[in-house]
Ligand binder design. Structure first.
Ligand SMILES: Cc1ncc(COP(=O)(O)O)c(C=O)c1O
Length: 419
């Protein structure tokens, strides 16, 4: 209780009571409150508190005596045991992320999005198993299948991302996991996640969705029937291009094995980085709204440009899976592809090198716009992608879209001038 303006004692209320609170609130309110439990933010008497869970830096946890040390149970979650098992800072972030995926029982954190994908896959496979992954998966996800999983005698088979309920035909007795990524990396096909998840569930096979594009904001993967949902927090949750981190949220049926695998692999993140991710989390809904709006403005401008052959954006009717996007998503983020009808990969320097607003670099989801040339045809194993000209991917940041359009317009003029 705290003293109010009239001297009366009053409870300090602005703090999270747990993941269930997310269901009762609108996303902006949840983002403001998530993970701010009283026991992580307030003094022992409950008479005062701080807004943010503090940054705990820890390796050793000190015990008052040997009896307490002997009584400590390293297998119990959310108790101070040893730094690798987390602190209130990391627990607060886990709780906030669990709230982003209604139906999830818990979330684990990893030092990158790739580590999160690997950790989730390793939580369900064993030698001799078979897994299915979309041909449009993020390249390092496919490479994990072709590399480490192969060494562990787990076969990773690519499937057509637009297969929908037809995925059933690919199931084998030893199929242990179906991966999904919607929309797909570089080509942005939208998958029928509910149909694939339902088919897998009927066959007793777990599903793992990479939900990074929608940031678990515009699409809720667990509610759509998936068992585990990955986010590269590096992208929109971090949002400021200064953090590499990943998470997996899972249902009650899959969370215990996910957590045990993460613990056995020694996966953890620092308190400093968890606090940075929580800071990004607070503004996620507003940033996503702005990313959406600006990306649509830029994409529509590009679509009307004579040098543009295709805009690969789920909100556009010619994007494969657009009807599914309309049915299942509440919006679109800032990442999309463009295929020009001029130039080729060899002409990329002419287009990219003099960009003023866009940086050239990997990753996406930050406040600043990024542009890269892409070659999806080099990594696809099933569907051939045949670009008519130079193909690129844009991550639209928080700049004024007029400036971004002017930058792209000048770049297209540079390409045209080589005709
Ligand atoms: C769709 C998708 N998933 C996962 C990742 C991996 O994230 P990280 O860079 O944090 O390993 C990326 C990174 O670009 C991505 O685009």
């Amino acid at each position: 209780m705290a003293a109010g303006p009239n001297g009366a004692r009053r409870r300090i209320r602005r703090s999270s009571r747990g993941p269930e609170r997310g269901l009762a609130e609108k996303p902006d309110s949840w983002a403001a409150h998530a993970g701010r439990r009283p026991e992580w933010t307030q003094n022992r008497e409950g008479t005062g508190g701080i807004v943010n869970p503090p940054v705990w830096r820890a390796s050793t946890i000190l015990y008052p005596d040997i009896a307490s040390m002997d009584a400590a149970n390293g297998l119990q979650d959310e108790t101070l045991f040893y730094g690798r098992k987390g602190t209130p800072t990391t627990w607060a972030l886990r709780e906030a992320l669990t709230g982003l995926e209604p139906g999830a029982a818990g979330t684990m954190l990893y030092p990158s999005g790739v580590a999160a994908i690997a950790g989730a896959i390793l939580s369900v496979v064993k030698p001799g198993d078979h897994i299915l992954l979309p041909d449009s998966a993020y390249d390092p996800t496919s490479l994990f299948g072709q590399g480490m999983l192969k060494r562990l005698n787990v076969e990773a088979q690519p499937y057509d991302p637009l297969i929908g309920a037809g995925i059933t035909q690919l199931f084998r007795p030893e199929t242990a996991l179906v991966l999904l990524e919607s929309p797909g990396s570089l080509t942005f096909e939208v998958q029928d996640v509910p149909a694939i998840a339902a088919a897998a569930k009927a066959a007793g096979i777990p599903t793992l969705l990479d939900n990074t594009w929608a940031a678990s904001h515009f699409f809720k993967g667990i509610a759509a029937g998936c068992d585990m949902v990955v986010q590269a927090l590096t992208k929109y949750v971090g949002g400021h291009s200064d953090l590499i981190m990943g998470s997996v949220s899972a249902t009650a049926a899959y969370f215990p094995r996910l957590r045990n695998t993460a613990w056995q692999l020694g996966q953890c993140v620092s308190g400093d980085e968890a606090a940075l991710a929580l800071r990004g989390f607070r503004t996620l809904p507003m940033r996503m709204a702005r990313h959406q709006q600006s990306a649509l403005t830029v994409a529509h401008w590009l679509k009307a440009h004579p040098l543009v052959d295709r805009v690969l954006h789920p909100a556009f009717p010619d994007c494969p899976g657009h009807e599914i996007w309309k049915r299942d998503f509440s919006g679109s983020s800032g990442l999309f592809g463009v295929v020009l009808n001029i130039g080729s990969r060899a002409d990329a320097p002419r287009f990219f090198d003099q960009l003023q607003q866009f940086g050239i670099g990997f990753s996406w989801g930050g406040f600043e716009s990024i542009a890269i040339p892409t070659s999806p045809e080099k990594i696809r194993r099933l569907n051939s992608f045949t670009p008519s000209g130079l193909s690129l991917r844009l991550s639209i940041g928080l700049e004024d879209p007029d400036d971004l359009i002017a930058d792209l317009s000048a770049a297209l003029d540079r390409l045209r001038s080589m005709e």
